[in-house]
Design a binder for this molecule. Structure first.
Ligand code: SF4
Length: 378
């Protein structure tokens, strides 16, 4: 046993003097005739041990049970139940006995959390150490990544995407790569993840414990006030479109658990994310405000003159923008509908000087009235 482990053993004995210890396969207690010690799955079941015999009984094979107890019951402790549950999950603590887990931790254990990779390793005397980086950097030499130590640095990392655009939705799958937090304790590792994906760990754990408090669309819409009050007028069908537009895996890493109302599920795909979404977020509410107003407009019948290829090109442009593919289309890809030169060609050919497609005014009545005014002026 190292000095640190001796200290841990002192703390364990103090705890055993107060109450029996039963944790991750380690059982220790006091009895009239001395201490007892038993280990699940090992032929270790001692009774009547003096303190010094108890210490001697902690052989190399048994020491990991003590250091494991110390890490979870003293270092991590019970405060912060979501943090504790997540860190236990990160090393599959409920599935593997301590020796197996220590072997796996020496090799590193990985947990994907959205676009982030948490790596758990074994430090001195059973202490766990954690690295946090982008999943895309899993195979990159840490020396080639920007190193951070303070969990709050994650705020800056999460602010802009790789094209420098502000990320209004922190759970959008657009987290930049190229950074690493190489040596964190459990508290800082969880804080880093929480900055990158706010409340994701707490909500994940609440869901596991059957305590996720979901607020559905109707309740969210009904409690909006001021400029957002209008969203309660969004028809149910519109809420389907919102969920389909914003909440699918390609747009958000959370798994949508909110529905239209309790017992009234939306058909839109809620996604497969690891952590749940418990209520419509501010981005969705802000978008819904705009879309509610747009949905108040009546449809009109327009007549456009387009070739079949031009119609298909317009459809391709909408698809490419919706799937955020426009940036991938190279200037030379003129067979792509959303290619810049193709779009410019279409505009030159089909748009008039006021930007109307096929010269068709958006509001024909207003257009005619303004033309009549022009004639009178002349
Ligand atoms: S409401 Fe939709 S877009 Fe917003 S966080 Fe939840 S799942 Fe993601």
């Amino acid at each position: 046993m190292t000095d640190v482990q001796d200290e841990q053993l002192d703390v364990l004995l103090q705890r055993v003097d107060e109450e029996p210890v039963a944790f991750d396969g380690l059982h220790a207690d006091t009895a009239d005739e001395g201490y007892t010690l038993a280990i699940d799955g090992m032929e270790v079941d001692h009774g009547g041990l003096t303190e010094s015999e108890f210490r001697d009984a902690i052989t190399e094979d048994i020491a990991p049970y003590v250091t494991n107890w110390y890490y979870w019951q003293v270092t991590v402790g019970d405060s912060g139940r979501h943090r504790r549950a997540f860190l236990r999950h990160a090393e599959a603590a409920h599935e593997h006995p301590v020796p197996e887990r220590y072997d796996a931790l020496r090799d590193e254990m990985h947990t994907e959390w959205g676009e982030v990779l948490l790596t758990t390793t074994l430090g001195d005397a059973g202490e766990r150490r954690y690295h946090v980086r982008h999943v895309d950097d899993a195979g990159t030499d840490p020396a080639d990544l920007d190193t951070h130590e303070d969990p709050l640095d994650a705020r800056e990392i999460a602010t802009y995407d790789d094209r420098g655009r502000y990320r209004p939705l922190k759970t959008a799958p657009s987290l930049v790569a190229g950074w690493i937090f190489p040596d964190l304790d459990g508290r800082d590792a969880v804080e880093t993840l929480d900055v990158l994906y706010p409340a994701s760990i707490a909500n994940w754990n609440r869901e596991r414990e059957g305590e996720l408090d979901v607020t559905h669309w109707r309740e969210t819409a009904d409690r909006q006030t001021g400029i957002y009050g209008v969203i309660e007028e969004m028809p149910r069908e519109g809420v389907e479109w919102i969920a389909e537009a914003c909440c699918v895996d390609s747009q958000c890493l959370k798994r949508r658990e909110w529905q239209y109302d309790e017992g009234d599920e939306l058909e839109a795909d809620g996604g497969t994310g690891t952590f749940p979404c418990r209520e419509p977020c501010s981005l969705v509410v802000a978008a819904a405000r705009k879309w509610t107003k747009l949905e108040e407009e009546k449809t009109q019948t327009y007549e456009f003159e387009l070739t079949p290829s031009e119609k298909e090109q317009l459809e391709e442009i909408v698809e490419s923008v919706a799937d955020d593919r426009v940036g991938e289309i190279r200037e030379a890809d003129v067979y792509e509908g959303a290619n810049r030169y193709r779009a410019r060609f279409l505009r030159s050919k089909r748009f008039d000087s006021d930007g109307n497609l096929s010269g068709t005014p958006t509001h024909p009545d207003e257009h005619e009235a303004s033309h009549a005014d022009d004639h009178e002026d002349h």
